[in-house]
Design a protein around this ligand. Structure first.
Ligand code: CA
Length: 96
């Protein structure tokens, strides 16, 4: 994306992709994250929303649908979907 001025939503999308890319290729296959790099991403980028999260092993089991011990972007995206859904439910709950 080369737009001069991104909107907040465009920025959020760009950030998620950039963060994923910056954590891939450090070890394991190109374009995927190992459990260790996934753990590092959680620690650095999601310390607040993931503080009550299940263990790394459980998260890898839930996200790694191909069971190759590495996360593709599509597998990682499942977590983003869950986090967004959780936030949405919290906001919806507050309205009632
Ligand atoms: Ca996988």
């Amino acid at each position: 994306m080369a737009a001069a001025e991104l909107t907040p939503v465009e920025m959020a999308i760009e950030t998620i992709v950039t963060v994923f890319i910056s954590h891939t290729g450090k070890e394991g296959r190109v374009g995927t994250m190992t459990a260790a790099t996934f753990q590092e991403l959680l620690r650095l980028q999601l310390p607040n929303v993931m503080k009550d999260a299940p263990s790394l092993e459980e998260q890898m089991r839930a996200l790694d649908v191909s069971t190759d011990q590495e996360l593709t972007f599509e597998e990682f995206w499942r977590l983003m979907g869950e986090l967004v859904r959780t936030l949405w439910r919290e906001r919806e709950g507050r309205k009632k």
